[in-house]
Design a protein around this ligand. Structure first.
Ligand SMILES: NC(=O)c1ccc[n+]([C@@H]2O[C@H](COP(=O)([O-])OP(=O)(O)OC[C@H]3O[C@@H](n4cnc5c(N)ncnc54)[C@H](OP(=O)(O)O)[C@@H]3O)[C@@H](O)[C@H]2O)c1
Length: 275
């Protein structure tokens, strides 16, 4: 895919609009990726970022029901849970977790929500040639992104999953959830020690802000490990820099979102049935 931001699909009266709602929105990069894909494929759709404060989400959302050329909404921090409650129906992981990141506006103005973060993360790894079969994974974090990623990793064939989180009770809750849905995987709460794992995933927010601590002890990262980020900005986080210095293979957070673009097209633009 060409991510050149100077390429745009033509926008006309038949253009389908997808709104990406975030607060704040200044760091948002997904529309650049999505619009480049549409330009490349000749798809008449455009994604625009909307900066909506949390207290105004419901008003913005209800207004969008009446926009007939709105294909759907993509949501990011801090709106994913609130938006799930505003949907008329939820499918897949969205129904399981009560969280959405992708919402289709149906022809009658109702909204159907899905959650693609987990599958996007796993697809992103696979697209980069990383195999998960029988791998031992260390997942750092137990928030929204980590929850979706944990379930997706368990379904993708990892043999063992350690979940480490600052608040240990949340790690324990996530362990119970994964056990309910993937009995074959050895899953436990543990420390943020990379040793003994094949793949280390940062799904905490550490790395977003300058001066953040590393989410794990980088001195315990070994060559041969894969170290993957959910954090997208900066593209190369201090964890990824440290992991590269240790000889590990690194994986950018943006792969998690670029792997979802195809699903946005299929679900939001109703092309699923044609495949
Ligand atoms: N690439 C993508 O497509 C994508 C998609 C979704 C999210 N993300 C990124 O993933 C990250 C997490 O997002 P989220 O939605 O899961 O957020 P969240 O639900 O608020 O969870 C935040 C997680 O980070 C941990 N954390 C926060 N501050 C910490 C600190 N100072 N020390 C240790 N742990 C800390 C939290 O631990 P506690 O439970 O102890 O609070 C929790 O596990 C964000 O950087 C977000 O940008 C990326």
């Amino acid at each position: 895919m060409n991510n050149d931001s100077s390429r745009h699909a033509p926008v006309n009266g038949k253009t389908k609009v997808i709104v990406l709602i975030a607060w704040p929105a200044d760091h948002i990069r997904t529309p650049t990726f999505f619009n480049a894909l549409c330009a490349e494929r000749g798809i008449n759709a455009v994604m625009v970022p909307w900066a909506v404060r949390p207290e105004h989400l419901a008003d913005a959302w209800n207004g969008l029901r009446f926009v007939d050329n709105l294909a759907g909404v993509v949501l990011t921090i801090p709106h994913k849970q609130t938006a799930a409650a505003l949907c008329d129906s939820l499918e897949g992981d969205a129904a399981l977790l009560d969280v959405v990141n992708t919402v289709r506006r149906n022809a009658d103005g109702t909204y159907t929500g899905r959650m693609y973060d987990g599958v996007g993360f796993v697809d992103g790894l696979r697209n980069q040639g990383v195999t998960l079969d029988n791998q031992r994974a260390l997942l750092l974090g137990a928030g929204g992104a980590a929850t979706a990623i944990a379930l997706a990793l368990a379904r993708a064939g990892v043999s063992a999953l350690t979940i480490a989180n600052r608040s240990p009770e949340k790690a324990q809750q996530l362990v119970q959830l994964v056990r309910q849905h993937a009995q074959h995987v050895k899953v436990e709460a543990g420390s943020a020690d990379p040793a003994g794992h094949d793949i280390v995933i940062n799904a905490t927010s550490l790395g977003l802000k300058e001066g953040d601590a590393l989410p794990c002890d980088a001195a315990r990262i070994e060559s041969g490990m894969v170290v993957a980020e959910a954090v997208m900005q900066p593209p190369v986080t201090p964890l990824l820099s440290a992991a590269a210095k240790r000889g590990a293979r690194t994986h950018l957070g943006e792969h998690m979102v670029t792997a979802q673009l195809e699903r946005f097209v299929e679900f939001l633009l109703n092309t699923e049935a044609r495949h």
